[in-house]
Design a protein. Structure first.
Length: 278
């Protein structure tokens, strides 16, 4: 007996089996009986959805067959332009854009605010199936290791069982994206306002500093001038003093009789005798 694992079924095979189960074709008696009570289709939905016991016996009606009638357009009729597919952004285009007030409180790190709080402030309320619930469906252990195409089929079946379409979680993701964009715009606007306000303050402070420096320069120049004037006066007087001392020394020199002259001239000092003849 070979231990080779069975080849995983492709998306086409799964879809064909689902179509066969919905029509009751290609099934054995036991498989048909299982199909009547839900079968593989119900088991796949049971990955995510709990079916109420009273509803388990209800058979899912097959999708009605619809054949588009062939209508011949008049010869002179203007061709109708093809209908453009709905864009994802159009899912929430009619909803008002979220807005955030610039906070006045200082010191708060707004870049670290919880995303859940941002969504709440933006008015992203409860939805029948959020994008986080979509992530939970994709991470379900029953399909976590399956190809992406199988996951998509399983998610679509689950959402169909809930009575909603895939556009519900997509719209939730679009709303969250708009909330994040609005929050970023608020932060950018706040940064611009603070930058402009602080630039004006810096300019004012710079002007005050320049005026202060000018005043202090004047004060320092006055101090230098005062010191230089004091120095000049000292030097000028030293010249006058030396002239006067020389005159005094010359006047008394003839009366000293060889004794040292007590009058000093300039910075030279001499010994003053204890007694001077009068």
């Amino acid at each position: 007996m070979s231990n080779k694992p069975p080849r995983p079924k492709s998306t086409e095979e799964i879809l064909r089996e689902m179509e066969a189960m919905s029509e009751g074709k290609g099934l054995s008696s036991s498989s048909a009986q299982s199909h009547k009570s839900g079968g593989a289709f119900k088991s796949l939905m049971d990955f995510f959805v709990k079916v109420v016991p009273e509803e388990e016996g209800e058979a899912l009606p097959p999708p009605p067959e619809f054949t588009k009638p062939q209508v011949q357009a008049p010869r002179n009729a203007v061709p109708t332009p093809p209908r453009q597919p709905q864009r994802v952004a159009d899912l929430v285009a009619d909803e008002p854009a979220p807005k955030f007030q610039v906070p006045t409180k200082q010191g708060e790190d707004l870049s670290q605010r919880e995303l859940a709080q941002i969504y709440k402030d933006a008015g992203v309320t409860h939805t029948p199936c959020s994008v986080d619930e979509l992530a939970t469906l994709l991470e379900n252990p029953m399909v976590a290791n399956q190809p992406l195409s199988v996951k998509i089929v399983a998610v679509n079946l689950t959402l169909s069982a809930k009575g909603i379409g895939i556009d519900v979680p997509i719209a939730d993701a679009a709303r969250r994206d708009r909330a994040l964009d609005a929050y970023q715009s608020m932060l950018s606007e706040r940064a611009d306002q603070i930058e402009q306000r602080n630039a004006e303050k810096i300019q004012q402070i710079t002007k005050e500093v320049e005026e202060y420096l000018k005043k202090k320069q004047v004060d320092m120049e006055a101090l230098r001038t005062e010191a230089m004037e004091a120095k000049r006066q000292s030097i000028d007087f030293s010249v006058r003093r030396e002239t006067e001392e020389k005159r005094l020394a010359d006047l008394i020199s003839p009366f000293l009789e060889g004794k040292p002259n007590p009058v000093t001239i300039g910075n030279q000092t001499g010994d003053v005798p204890p007694e001077v003849n009068r």
